[in-house]
Design a protein around this ligand. Sequence first.
Ligand code: AP5
Length: 254
Amino acid sequence: MSTPGSYSNDRAAWLKGPGHRCSEAPARGKRVWRLVLLGPPGVGKGTQAQLLCDELGSCHLSTGDVFRAARSMEMDKASPAMVTAIECMVGGKLVPDLTVVNLVKERAKCLRCVGGFLLDGFPRTAAQAGSLEEILQSQGVTLNAALYFELPLEQLRTRLSGRRTCGRCKAVYHVANRASAVAGVCDTCGGDLVQREDDREEAIEKRMVAYNLTMEPLLTFYAERKLLMRISAAGSPDQVFTRVKVALGLPIHE
Ligand code: AP5
């Protein structure tokens, strides 16, 4: 199994804004994958994105990561829209559609990258899905699939409460299921592992409510376009990843 964070895409342009460039050019010539990862908080979208990055070379683009990166900058340097977005995120509420869509539009060059992309956390509403469709059309590219990960609520809570994330490279761990070799230290870059603010119990409840209100229309959107693939997120990350590879028709390595 690959280790968390071992993929080489640094996502610099995506996380730091439209003016930034990635330090490594993506490889050309391979099949280009453009995927959307859907599912409730804590189901393992980020974890599967890391594994898919290793396999496909596509870049992992997370709107949640952008808001968390913005949170770590000084608030007086953030735009009013970003200040609102950060407040929503910390409280477990969804960021307004317009703010998220504008953020993705600003970074449209990441979506037409020859390396492809794995969109994690966007779209989250049918309105965002419609906007993404328009952005992709304007960039002359199309989605290959929308992967929807499913898991019972109790298991989601366990995954969220034990999650730890590297503050530097954003690799995702779990204190019991996917522990780092040295407690609190990232295996890949040596950064500190931290607990996310929105993994507090009150915020988790609000995130689940927001998810339940928006997910059905989103699933209908992708089902109507014959892009939706439902995947059970039960079992270990590797077991889930094998299901993903089967769904996408990728080779299974023993
Ligand atoms: P975001 O960062 O997108 O969070 P989320 O969707 O709530 O998803 P998570 O990152 O919590 O979970 P995940 O599915 O990636 O799980 P992970 O792989 O980490 O968004 C955060 C906030 O930003 C939102 O609440 C909102 O405010 C705002 N926002 C972002 N995008 C937005 C948008 N488009 N519109 C509006 N607002 C937006 O796994 C979880 C844990 O489980 C880890 O510890 C992992 O190690 C472990 N784990 C994973 N897989 C397994 C497995 N198979 N078995 C056991 N453990 C596992």
